[in-house]
Design a protein around this ligand. Structure first.
Ligand SMILES: C[S@@+](CC[C@H](N)C(=O)[O-])C[C@H]1O[C@@H](n2cnc3c(N)ncnc32)[C@H](O)[C@@H]1O
Length: 136
């Protein structure tokens, strides 16, 4: 598949002078033409106001994820994030009225996501099934 567009996250002027290795990040897309730029300050301890740091090394700001969910999905549609990490996509979906299905391989980050979701919604997570990966 050939990329037709680019998503560019500009971490804002000044971030690169504070020891951040990548002042921008890019992703290719086949869903858009040209490029979309999001400007959200984020670099370790330097971040946009209101963004809470989670114990995950590559947490993304909600302000980077949310504009794309908003532009490319409608209310109540489902977003799949197969690398959920600290749960940023899940929280963005909650705020925007989208459903989210997430996969995360590390139990400690699943725990981070669940706590983040509880803090954001006041809800109670429900375990639907347990998969024993050792029995496969
Ligand atoms: C770049 S991080 C995602 C960060 C996330 N967007 C956030 O804001 O927190 C990628 C995540 O994918 C998880 N991961 C890696 N391989 C995986 C796999 N095969 N299945 C599910 N999750 C996986 C890692 O444990 C890591 O938490």
């Amino acid at each position: 598949m050939e990329a037709t567009g680019w998503i560019v996250w500009d971490k804002q002027p000044g971030v690169e002078r504070r020891g951040i290795v990548t002042p921008i990040e890019m992703a290719s897309t086949t869903m858009r033409r040209g490029f979309d730029i999001v400007r959200v300050m984020w670099g370790g301890c330097y971040r946009a106001a209101g963004e809470e740091r989670q114990p995950h090394p590559t947490q993304k700001p909600i302000g980077v994820i949310a504009p794309f969910i908003e532009a490319w999905t409608k209310q109540n549609e489902t977003v799949l994030d197969p690398f959920l990490g600290s749960g940023t996509t899940l929280i963005a979906c909650e705020r925007l009225g989208r459903k989210c299905r997430g996969i995360e391989i590390e139990p400690k980050y699943v725990a981070v996501t669940l706590q983040r979701w509880v803090d954001a919604t006041g809800g109670t997570p429900v375990r639907l099934a347990t998969v024993d990966s050792h029995s496969q």
